[in-house]
Design a protein around this ligand. Structure first.
Ligand code: KIV
Ligand code: NA
Length: 264
């Protein structure tokens, strides 16, 4: 199958079909998700929490994310690979956004980038797309702004829905190829999707968006602890790996491993 490109996502919106997106941060999961037909892989700044063990997405840096991007890009044949620009790497100016976006395409080998924020970032998006950098916009709950938003809270409820519609329209008008919405009521997300001609992606945003995204360690049950309401777990990798590690440890301590078949 040929590489997924942004026009394929646009076609999905026109056709009324859906596409799937997962995060990936290294070789084997990228390879597996690519072979499983996941259309879009996101090297999320959620690597901050899920790879580098930070409490929030804020501390992760461009220099930490770029090697993960390269690993994911090199491990895929079909998926469109998108990278998050981390906190602090695009907010200063449109020029900063262009400069950072260029690094992600040139050094990270990704095909597109994602930035958080509403219509304030329309000029940044315009400059980046003009420079040859496809941009996915991320609105609604934007984790890099959690200290402004007051924690993990649903955005776009009631009268606030119009703000998200205005943001999405401005960002799409500026050239964003897709609008991602996080933690938005399903009816608001549906209204946003209807207001823009570009495809939309949701996480905790109901079922009316063109695509859906989840953090892979949540989707596959690798991460422990409480899951957000919007997560569906499709596997229990934490238990599987725990069982494997315990069995290995027991075998080593009891002398069962290595056996003659593993010995020279
Ligand atoms: O960083 C991330 O994983 C994300 C998705 C949850 C949308 O931005
Ligand atoms: Na992110």
């Amino acid at each position: 199958a040929p590489r997924v490109r942004i026009h394929h996502l646009q076609q999905a919106k026109l056709d009324g079909t859906r596409f799937a997106m997962l995060t990936a941060y290294e070789q084997y999961t990228a390879e597996i998700f690519d072979q499983a037909g996941i259309e879009v892989l996101l090297v999320g700044d959620s690597a901050s929490n899920n790879v580098f063990a930070n409490e929030t997405s804020l501390p992760v840096t461009v220099d930490e994310l770029l090697p993960l991007c390269r690993a994911v890009a090199r491990s895929t044949k079909r998926a469109l690979v998108v990278a998050d620009l981390p906190f602090g790497s695009y907010e200063v100016s449109a020029q900063q956004g262009v400069a950072t976006g260029v690094r992600f395409l040139k050094e990270g080998l990704v095909h597109a980038v994602k930035i958080e924020g509403g219509k304030f970032y329309a000029e940044t998006v315009r400059a980046m797309v003009q420079a040859g950098i496809p941009v996915m916009a991320h609105i609604g709950f934007t984790p890099q702004s959690e200290h402004v938003l007051g924690g993990y809270r649903v955005q776009g409820r009631g009268d606030d829905a119009q703000r998200l519609i205005d943001d999405a329209v401005a960002l799409a008008e500026a050239g964003a190829f897709c609008v991602l919405m996080e933690m938005v009521p399903a009816d608001t997300a549906a209204a946003v999707d209807a207001a823009v001609s570009v495809p939309t992606v949701g996480i905790g945003a109901g079922n009316a968006t063109t695509g859906q995204v989840l953090v892979w360690q949540d989707m596959a049950g690798l991460r422990g602890g409480r899951m957000a309401k919007f997560v569906k777990q499709y596997a229990d990798l934490r238990t599987t790996l725990n069982d494997a590690a315990r069995a290995y440890g027991d075998d080593v301590r009891s002398g069962q491993f290595p056996g003659p078949e593993h010995s020279f």
